[in-house]
Ligand binder design. Structure first.
Ligand code: A2P
Length: 286
C-alpha cells in the first residue's frame, strides 16, 4: 500500500519575525511511547503516506530513530515540521543548552522547527520557570530553532513567563480531546495568540469506543478515529494522533473529505467531563 494523503492545512504560529508567521501543518504524528525498536519504521511509514509534521521529545528517547527516518525519507527539509521538547531534569541553563545540542545531534538537523518546555517543572531543578523560559528565548535567538513554546502549562504558568519576558510561547501543547476540552486554556490561548496543540487527541485510543463517537462515525461513513481527528481540526486545534500501524496512519490523516456538522460537533463537545488519560500538570513528578 502506498496511499499518500492530502497535505493538511497549516496553522499559523509565531516565529521570530512577527510579520511573517510560520506554517505548522495542522495534523502531525505523535511519537509518545513509540519505542526505539519501532520508531524509525513508524516515522518512515508516516512520511511515506504523507505526514509532514513529526512530534518527538527528549523524554521519549526516540529522537535518534526519528532522525534516521527523516534522513532516509528523501522529504526536503523545508517541507517537514519537526518538534521536540525539553525534558524535565534539563531546566537549568547549562543542561538545557547541552540537551538541546543532543536533540539536534540525534535528529540530525541544523534547525528545529519548534522546541517546547515539556512540563512546567523548573522548581524540581531548583530554578524558576521564568529562568527556563529565558533559556528557551536564548535558544530561539541562536537561530537553531524557528519557534519556541510550552507544553502542559496552566494559566498561571503562562501569565508568569509572559509577564516576566514579554515573549509569548508560539504553542501550548496540552492533553485535549472530547473528554477534556480545556475551554479555559483555549480561551486564554486565543486571547494571547498562542496556538493550541492537542496531545493524546484520541484519549490514548479509549475514546474510539465512546458511543457518541461510534454513532457519528456510522452517520458520516468514517472511522471513530477519523471523527475525533475531524473534531480537533474543525476546532482549529493542531492534532498529533499516534499509531504504530501504517494503514491506521494513512486513515488518520485521510480526513479532509469528511465534515462534521454543527450538531455532531456539539454532541462531541458535550462529552467533556474533565477526564484525563495522562498526568495533571500540578501533580506530575520528575
Ligand atoms: P496503535 O498504535 O496500535 O494503532 P493517542 O494519539 O490519543 O495517544 O492514541 C493513540 C492510541 O490510539 C494508540 O494506542 C493507537 O494504537 C490507537 N489508535 C490510533 N489510531 C487508531 C485507529 N485508526 N484505530 C484504532 N486505534 C487507533
Amino acid at each position: 500500500m502506498n496511499t499518500v494523503v492530502p497535505t493538511p492545512p497549516a496553522s499559523l504560529i509565531r516565529g521570530t519575525n512577527e510579520s511573517a508567521p510560520l506554517q505548522m501543518p495542522q495534523l502531525g504524528l505523535g511519537t509518545y511511547k513509540v519505542g526505539v525498536e519501532q520508531v524509525e519504521r513508524v516515522v518512515r511509514d508516516a512520511l511515506d503516506v504523507g505526514y509532514r509534521h513529526i512530534d518527538t521529545a527528549q523524554m521519549y528517547r526516540n529522537e535518534a530513530g526519528v532522525g534516521a527516518a527523516i534522513a532516509g525519507s528523501g522529504v526536503p527539509r523545508d517541507q517537514l515540521w519537526v518538534t521536540s521538547k525539553l525534558n524535565n531534569p534539563n531546566h537549568r541553563r547549562d543542561d538545557a543548552l547541552r540537551s538541546f545540542d543532543a536533540t539536534m545531534e540525534a535528529l540530525g538537523l541544523d534547525v528545529l522547527d519548534l522546541f517546547l518546555v515539556h512540563w512546567p517543572l523548573a522548581a524540581s531543578a531548583g530554578i524558576d520557570l521564568v529562568d527556563t523560559w529565558r533559556t528557551m528565548i536564548e535558544i530561539l535567538h541562536s537561530g537553531r530553532v524557528r519557534a519556541i513554546g510550552v507544553s502542559n502549562f496552566q494559566p498561571e504558568h503562562l501569565r508568569r513567563i509572559v509577564g516576566a519576558t514579554d515573549v509569548v510561547p508560539a504553542v501550548n501543547q496540552i492533553e485535549l480531546h472530547p473528554w477534556l476540552t480545556q475551554s479555559e486554556l483555549r480561551a486564554m490561548h486565543a486571547q494571547m495568540g498562542i496556538v493550541t496543540q492537542s496531545w493524546s487527541p484520541l484519549g490514548r485510543g479509549r475514546l474510539l469506543a465512546e458511543p457518541t463517537v461510534v454513532e457519528i462515525a456510522e452517520a458520516v461513513g468514517a472511522s471513530p478515529a477519523q471523527v475525533i481527528i475531524r473534531w480537533h481540526l474543525q476546532n482549529s486545534l493542531v492534532v498529533i494522533p499516534k499509531s504504530t500501524h501504517r494503514e491506521r496512519l494513512a486513515a488518520n490523516a485521510d480526513v479532509f473529505g469528511i465534515t462534521l456538522d454543527d450538531t455532531q460537533m456539539a454532541a462531541l463537545n458535550a462529552l467533556d467531563q474533565g477526564l484525563r488519560t495522562g498526568s495533571h500538570p500540578d501533580q506530575i513528578q520528575v
